[in-house]
Write a new protein. Structure first.
Length: 483
């Protein structure tokens, strides 16, 4: 059992329209990926509960939207404070169900909470505007109003932050939200709902429904009351949900897969580039959609970079996320391990060399050795598919034009990174990369203040920043005549 200061945060129940539904013997087991132990159960709910939650959300939303932005902001601010007060417990729940090291999990709680804090502040800045009219007796006014009832579906890699990044702007704008968290990591979501109640989120405004993804998803996408679906997950499921939303013309927010290039030019500060590559590639064991998936290194520094990276990574310990000093936890499940192993086998069968790791870890279970591959080429699966695991494939390149073309040769367009100290090149490459986000001489770009999102098949819309609030609001045009 997880040791918590406040054991009531680990609740084996869903919150549906203001009512808690406890898990019974049909409940779904949630396991700790580091040990395989069952942490607890959550209810196995479906369409009916989703429909009830949406109806309750509609009622709650109308009253919530009528409150002042400052009033909503105060509730959000209390929610933020409670998350930070319970950072240790929320971190422990997260590590238990997701596997990431405890320090990283607590970091995610602070990062997740920062979206609630940011949007509590932004709530009062949903400014409209007045435009000079097109006739002497007319004026044009634009106001922003909440979209209404929002459905959210979130993944297991950031069980806290992927929720707050959606819930923060939704509640700040005056929307209600019905959430389906990933089945691997529901307890982090439920703990957020417990704290949301304590903070004063009105009954029905925020529902957390666990159970059948398909059944819950069908209701969320087909229900006419839901005005927007916001989803973070795979491109495959995102495309399916997009299609399911078409008949009811919902607004969509989609944060989908990536295939991030990390480019190191000859003129880079090499030690800084190595340091960042470790973070950009191996954070959360490579299981983030902004993780560097392809590392391109210019010929002049390729061997040195590969050596330095291997030395750094080899020194980082793998183990149970609750143990002191661990950097690499387990992968989320066996399917994740299989995919990583397949990518390594595919690369080596086509001529790549394993310079570090390369196989299932001696710890067994879903632990995989942090891996570095050299001599990687465009015909290997790692070049086109998201590995979502601890494998750093190093591609060698000669010219700027060649690497920009290679970096853009993918249907994805979420995050990208490059290291260079040449100012003109920094501009050229930043503008040429077909990505929603570019990290220049940094491997860490996500923050509440900045717009997170992708182009091409990586998604629609932006989360975080002042634009993140707009994604949960509609523009209304008022034409005033007879002046
Ligand atoms: P991942 O590979 O990261 O698990 P998924 O896209 O499969 O990505 O899952 C992301 C979220 O989408 C999870 O909450 C999952 O339960 C949910 N999901 C998966 N399949 C469906 C579906 N058919 N309808 C609705 N949601 C789904």
């Amino acid at each position: 059992m997880i040791k918590l200061n406040d054991p009531t945060l680990l609740r084996q129940a869903s919150l549906v329209g203001g009512q808690w539904i406890e898990a019974d013997d049909t409940g779904l087991a949630v396991t700790n990926p580091a040990t395989g132990e069952v942490i607890g159960h959550v209810p196995n709910l479906g369409r009916n509960e989703t429909r009830a939650a949406i109806a309750a959300a509609q009622t709650a939303q109308k009253a919530w939207a009528k409150r002042t932005a400052k009033d909503r902001a105060q509730v959000l601010r209390r929610w933020f404070d409670l998350m930070m007060d319970h950072q240790d417990d929320l971190g422990a729940i997260l590590t238990a169900e997701q596997g990431k090291p405890l320090a990283e999990a607590k970091g995610e709680i602070a990062y997740g909470a920062s979206f609630i804090e940011w949007f509590a502040e932004e709530a009062r800045r949903a400014y409209g505007d007045v435009t000079p009219g097109h006739a002497p007796d007319k004026r044009i006014i634009t106001i922003k109003q909440p979209i209404g009832v929002v459905a959210a579906i979130t993944p297991w890699n950031f069980p806290n932050a992927m929720i707050t990044r959606k819930a923060g702007p939704a509640f700040a704008a005056g929307c209600a939200m019905v959430l389906k968290p990933a089945s691997q990591t529901p307890f982090s979501a439920i703990a957020l709902a417990v704290l949301g109640e304590r903070a004063g989120l009105p009954a029905g405004l925020f529902s957390v429904i666990t159970g059948s993804a398909r059944a819950i998803g069908v209701e969320m996408t087909g229900n006419q009351t839901v005005q927007k679906l916001t989803f973070t997950g795979s491109t495959e499921i995102g495309a399916m949900l997009y299609a399911q939303c078409a008949p009811t013309i919902k607004k969509l927010g989609l944060e989908l897969g990536g295939n991030a290039p990390f480019i190191v030019f000859n003129d880079a500060d090499l030690d800084a580039a190595v340091e960042s590559a470790v973070i950009a590639k191996f954070r959360n064991n490579g299981q983030t959609c902004v993780c560097a998936n392809r590392i391109y290194v210019q010929a002049g520094v390729y061997d040195t970079f590969a050596e330095k990276l291997a030395t750094k990574v080899a020194a980082l310990p793998t183990g149970n996320g609750f143990d002191e000093g661990i950097i690499f936890g387990p992968l989320i499940d066996q399917a994740a391990v299989d995919k990583v192993a397949e990518h390594v086998t595919d690369a080596t069968s086509k001529g790549a060399t394993v310079t570090l790791g390369g196989k299932v870890h001696a710890l067994g279970g879903t632990f995989f050795e942090p891996t570095i591959l050299t001599g990687v080429t465009a015909d290997m699966a790692v070049a086109t598919e998201e590995t979502f695991g601890p494998v750093a494939p190093l591609f060698k390149f000669d010219t700027e034009a060649e690497v920009v073309a290679a970096a853009n040769d993918t249907e994805f367009g979420l995050a990208s990174y490059f290291y260079s100290r040449d100012l003109a090149r920094v501009w050229r490459v930043s503008e040429a990369l077909e990505y929603g986000m570019v990290g220049i001489n940094t491997g860490l770009i996500s923050t509440a203040e900045a717009p997170f999102g992708g182009v091409k098949m990586s998604g629609l819309g932006r989360e975080g920043s002042r634009y993140g609030l707009d994604d949960f609001m509609e523009l209304k045009y008022l034409c005033m005549g007879g002046i």
